[in-house]
Design a protein around this ligand. Structure first.
Ligand SMILES: [Fe+2]
Length: 454
């Protein structure tokens, strides 16, 4: 009997029980529910011949973005390959994507997922991998294209419609299409109010449009359930922290760091990014963050050279520089340069920004400007969102302020917010903010401008 998933995609060597479990796991994965890794392990142990379960496990392991985990992903690639004799072309393309990912051939990995989706537009496994990894690759236009070109194949009644439009909404937001992004994010939340990715897309829209109170209210309303979900929840708490930060509620932000964003040492890449960038923002406001950098540095000491999402690197640099771990920071930069020599442009960007972070904390502000000014338009290629990338702009602004270059401070502050201008009303708002920035003459005005962010 031919077995298929809930959207009608055939699954070789799977029973209907296994297909049903696979559907549930994909739903849980998209919703960041707890215990997905246990469910995948359970599926593999009860159905060891189910090819896509091994691919899924390989993808999940690679998503942890740790060099030390690549061997485990390879084991599942080998198992999937051994099962592929009678596999479908779709399944073989998934194996190809995993193989390319493990080998570091990231472009061909994207090609494989795009090939799957061009023929099987309801393949939510490929869709998630493609859109998520394009985000970390810094290719936002391709990320939006990957989602938008499928729209004709997804109707409201298609099983998992909300799972399709959440990533579409987020990709639209990152390309500045705020109104449509908000519409799709809210539709997804109507389908499932606990759709964390769509809530996240909505939070980004509110952040980019400066709707601070609305953002605070929206995430505060969700805060009662956030901890029912996996580690991605920390990033939602970080977004709530950004809205509180914009209101100058710094003690509340510190409490959020201690209780939710980075309560204990964690080397999960998003936790490292969230914790470090929030502490850096607070320090630029003159807030004493106590010994919290030490908590983050504990994780950096054993994971700074491990991460393969290169955007994490400069955050490790912040942690290590703040705690005087010069040797470890130098080692991480050397490792990034080694990866850069092997062809990773992102590793080169991460190395350059990490060096600039190190220089900043040595007090070499002019060197920071010399290094970072020419590459400031390029740093988006390091991946992550506009909101996440903003911390690098904050470093540049503060370096310029520290060497007394107020004209440059004003220029950078205007550049930083110009990314949000997409229509007439945003233009009017930008004009007002730009005029205000042109009249900045002291450090406290700079801090205020950085608070009222993007
Ligand atoms: Fe985000």
């Amino acid at each position: 009997m031919k077995v298929a998933d809930i959207r009608g995609l055939s699954l070789n060597r799977a029973t209907q029980d296994a297909a049903d479990a696979f559907d549930q796991i994909l739903d849980d994965l998209y919703h960041y529910r707890l215990k997905v890794p246990d469910a995948v392990d359970g599926l593999i142990s009860s159905h060891p011949g189910f090819l896509l379960a091994h691919v899924l496990k390989g993808y999940m392991v690679m998503t942890e973005a740790m060099k030390s985990k690549i061997a485990l992903a390879s084991e599942h690639l080998d198992k999937a390959t051994a099962l592929s004799k009678d596999a479908s072309r779709r399944e073989k393309l998934h194996i190809e994507a995993l193989r390319c990912w493990i080998k570091g051939d990231l472009g061909k990995r994207f090609d494989a997922w795009e090939s799957i989706l061009s023929e099987w537009p309801h393949d939510l496994l490929a869709y998630r991998q493609l859109t998520g990894n394009l985000f970390w690759a810094g290719d936002k236009r391709r990320q939006l294209n990957a989602a938008a070109q499928l729209v004709g194949h997804w109707k409201e009644g298609t099983p998992g419609y909300g799972l399709f439009i959440g990533p579409l909404a987020f990709a639209m937001e990152e390309m500045g299409q705020y109104e449509t992004a908000e519409k799709y994010a809210r539709t997804a939340l109507e389908i499932n109010s606990s759709d964390l990715w769509s809530l996240h897309a909505l939070a980004h829209v509110l952040e980019m449009q400066g709707r601070v109170r609305e953002g605070d209210d929206t995430l505060t309303a969700a805060s009662g359930v956030l901890n029912n979900y996996n580690l991605f929840r920390g990033h939602l708490w970080w977004h709530l922290g950004l809205f509180r930060f914009a209101q100058g509620k710094f003690q509340e932000v510190l409490d959020l760091i201690d209780n939710e964003i980075y309560p204990s040492s964690s080397s999960f890449y998003l936790d490292v990014q969230n914790g470090a960038s929030m502490l850096a923002r607070l320090e630029f406001q003159g807030v004493d963050v106590g010994d919290r950098w030490r908590r983050l540095a504990e994780a950096s000491l054993h994971s700074a050279t491990e991460h393969t999402i290169w955007f994490t690197g400069p955050h490790h640099a912040m942690n290590l520089a703040h705690t005087g771990k010069t040797n470890e920071l130098t080692k991480m930069i050397q490792e990034l340069r080694f990866d850069a020599k092997n062809g990773s442009h992102q590793a080169w960007l991460a190395a350059e920004i990490s060096i600039a972070v190190q220089d900043y904390h040595r007090g070499d502000y002019q060197i920071v400007l010399t290094r970072m000014m020419p590459m400031r338009y390029e740093q988006a290629s390091l991946g992550a969102s506009h909101a996440q990338q903003d911390v690098f702009y904050q470093y540049l602004v503060m370096a310029a302020l520290n060497v007394g270059k107020l004209e440059l401070v004003r220029t950078l502050l205007k550049e930083r917010i110009s990314v949000r201008v997409r229509n007439e009303s945003e233009w009017q708002n930008y004009r007002m903010l730009a005029e205000r920035i042109d009249n900045i003459y002291n450090a406290s005005d700079v801090a205020m401008s950085l608070r009222h962010g993007l």
